[in-house]
Design a protein around this ligand. Structure first.
Ligand code: MN
Length: 201
């Protein structure tokens, strides 16, 4: 029997709430199968080690190999799934409301549209599996980075704010090979209040 140290996060929305941007089938496989497997693997790997009592961010910053890969994927997916809000029939504007985060986006990228274009381009051009991230450095300056595989910006001393998963399992059921179309659609379900909360936290 596996000791439960880390748990699968509960989604703050119904599995069909992100349709048509992300289908219920994708949410059920991505959260219920892929993320559950990372959780089960990490619980087996850390039992009896120095990592079993550490927060995920610290494990990701300090581990390597299989523990890093599984802990990184749990941290990445927790940030990913908790940044979305349901699609509504009267969708709120894709542009975030005025906030310290929006001020920083305008300051560091020139405009929200320029930020989105750079973020999408870095997601599209990431070769293979990985993640594109918006993060803040210790001075609050925003940066967009690509991380391969299970990578997370905490390993570079950055605070992760927003991410898009470019592993094929994130989009292949709904978009097949059309990664760019998937990334462009995700803007419709970003919960900017949550991203601003992470930025100002
Ligand atoms: Mn994923």
């Amino acid at each position: 029997m596996i000791e439960i140290i880390f748990s699968l996060i509960t989604l703050p929305y119904a599995p069909n709430a992100l349709e048509p941007v992300i289908s219920q089938e994708t949410v059920e496989f991505h959260h219920g199968k892929h993320l559950q497997t990372y959780v089960d693997n990490l619980n087996k790997l850390v039992a009896g080690t120095e990592f079993e009592s550490m927060p995920l961010e610290q494990i990701v910053a300090q581990s390597q190999g299989a523990i890093f890969n599984n802990a990184g994927q749990i941290l990445n997916h927790n940030l990913y799934f908790l940044q979305f809000k349901p699609v509504t029939h009267n969708p709120s504007p894709v542009t975030p409301n005025p906030s310290p985060l929006l001020d920083a986006i305008n300051r560091d990228f020139g405009s929200f549209e320029a930020f989105k274009a750079e973020f999408e381009q870095k997601g599209i051009s990431l070769f293979g599996s990985g993640w594109v991230w918006l993060s803040a450095n210790k001075d609050g300056k925003l940066v967009i980075t690509q991380e391969p595989n299970a990578g997370n910006p905490v390993t570079k001393g950055l605070k992760p704010l927003l991410t898009m998963d470019v592993w094929e399992h994130a989009y292949y059921i709904d978009y097949r090979n059309r990664r760019a179309a998937h990334l462009q659609a995700l803007w419709q379900i970003i919960n900017w209040d949550e991203i601003n909360r992470r930025y100002t936290d």
